[in-house]
Design a protein around this ligand. Structure first.
Ligand SMILES: Cc1ncc(COP(=O)(O)O)c(C=O)c1O
Length: 448
């Protein structure tokens, strides 16, 4: 049996600064065979340091090589095992995408390089935007947010900007409630709260879906700014009433935000824009390649309807076209891709420069190598995998909801709890056998 990767024996590695010993050096120079020149003649005084490199560790070359080699061996990699984190593993982390992200022209491009010299990089952003807009059915898009939760906050700030503009200061101040089902991802309430909203929780039905009656009840007070719906939800279930849910929220004057981090169950099959969703974030580091886990970096693009587009973060990467506003044929034919800041209603910048660019390269490579048919197949495989795991475990674990799961499956430890087995032991043994995450998303203790 293949055992899991365990903590490295030298995880107690000292910092390189702690290894420092006065007088040690990582170089030795041959004796000088020319006359010595005064330093001021070689390096102008304004470029000379006066602190004698204070604080820089004094270590030998061997110290340096061994220290960094030991640390490099702690990196978890696709060569050692599957990338952890339950639902996020259900996609393909191809080596090709890693190779593309290392292409020197992209990897070494300075983020402040002139637009005319960054056309290829801007084109990648532009093309990825086009593909994601098509996949989600939502035409407005920003790739700036650095992760899923950051994309959520961006989306909610966009809703806030829209309502401020639509209802005016006074009207908007009355709409400060964000509705969130109890099956939403845990980051959703935090994003709503950080964006200045009060969170009200919608109950789930016995089927594990949003309770429509409770939603109607909560929408009846005229204070709802919007709804944040994780779909498929965190129980792994598709909210099949999503069109009705959107209608209820829209009728109440609110907007619908969909947490699209679980789009690996929908890509190529269903589009949130067609379901009535107003704004969504995607986790590129989940659905579109790039390993998820270990803290990132990630990318959480925000996609929205035409109505919400003016509120997206700036700059927005656009392609100038002959005849469009501000087109200067003398320069724009040669450099058509631009960072456009001219959106007066924008919520502003949410991330330095253009976002985490390496993730965008991986995502575009993933989309282009799969093609739309391949993306659909990946979705089918993700759902099939979840159902395969469901099939293998239902004889041992209690499955609280009858509906077939989408991107992930949830069990409870009800049977094991009766036999006094520990929830930890359950998930650890599942982790080892199914290569699941050491976090415990699949088993909810005492769900009922
Ligand atoms: C459904 C859902 N929403 C939001 C997030 C938050 O994403 P991130 O960890 O990139 O902030 C996750 C994390 O994987 C998620 O699964």
């Amino acid at each position: 049996m293949i055992s899991k990767v365990t903590t490295h024996i030298s995880h107690n590695e000292q910092l390189i600064f702690e290894r420092s010993q006065p007088g040690r050096a990582g170089f030795s120079l041959p004796p000088l065979d020319v006359g010595e020149s005064p330093l001021d003649e070689i390096i102008p005084s304004q470029f000379q340091r006066e602190d004698d490199l204070a604080g820089v560790p004094e270590v030998t070359e061997v110290d340096v090589v061994r220290h960094f080699t030991r640390m490099s061996s702690w990196n978890y990699s696709i060569d050692q095992g599957m990338y952890p984190l339950g639902s996020c593993t259900m996609k393909y982390n191809s080596r090709l995408n890693e190779k593309v992200a290392r292409i020197a022209g992209f990897a070494n491009l300075h983020p402040l390089a002139a637009e005319a010299e960054s056309q290829g990089a801007l084109q990648v952003i532009y093309e990825l935007q086009q593909h994601l807009a098509e996949i989600t059915g939502l035409p407005g898009i920003s790739l700036q947010p650095a992760a899923g939760a950051h994309g959520e906050m961006t989306g909610i700030l966009i809703i806030r900007g829209f309502i401020d503009a639509r209802d005016g200061k006074e009207g908007s101040a009355k709409r400060r409630v964000m509705l969130i089902p109890d099956s939403a991802h845990g980051t959703n309430p935090a994003s709503a709260h950080l964006s200045g909203f009060t969170v009200k929780t919608i109950r789930s039905t016995n089927e594990g879906l949003t309770d429509l009656d409770h939603l109607r009840e909560l929408c009846a007070h005229g204070d709802v700014a919007g709804l944040m719906l994780t779909n498929p939800n965190t129980l792994g279930l598709f909210e099949r009433n999503i069109k009705e849910i959107c209608r209820i929220v829209h009728d109440a004057g609110g907007l619908v935000y969909m947490d699209g981090a679980n789009m690996n169950a929908l890509v190529g099959i269903a589009r949130p824009g067609d379901m009535g969703v107003d704004v969504i974030h995607l986790n590129l580091h989940k659905t579109f390649s790039t390993p998820h886990g270990g803290g990132g970096p990630g990318s959480g693009p925000c996609c929205c309807t035409k109505d919400l587009e003016p509120f997206l973060p700036v700059p927005r990467i656009v392609r100038t076209q002959s005849g469009s506003d501000g087109f200067d044929s003398a320069t724009d034919n040669a450099a058509p891709f631009k960072a456009n800041f001219d959106y007066p209603q924008s919520i502003g910048r949410v991330k330095a420069f253009f976002g985490n660019y390496g993730m965008m390269l991986r995502a575009l490579a993933y989309i282009l190598t799969h093609g739309y048919d391949g993306l659909r197949e990946a979705t089918e495989a993700a759902v099939l995998n979840a159902r395969y795991i469901t099939h293998g475990l239902t004889s041992d674990y209690e499955k609280p909801f009858a509906a077939p799961p989408m991107h992930e499956v949830v069990f409870t430890d009800k049977r094991q709890a009766r036999r006094s087995q520990w929830e930890d032991r359950n998930s650890i043994s599942l982790s080892t056998r199914c290569a699941q995450s050491p976090a415990k998303p699949s088993i909810i203790p005492n769900w009922f």
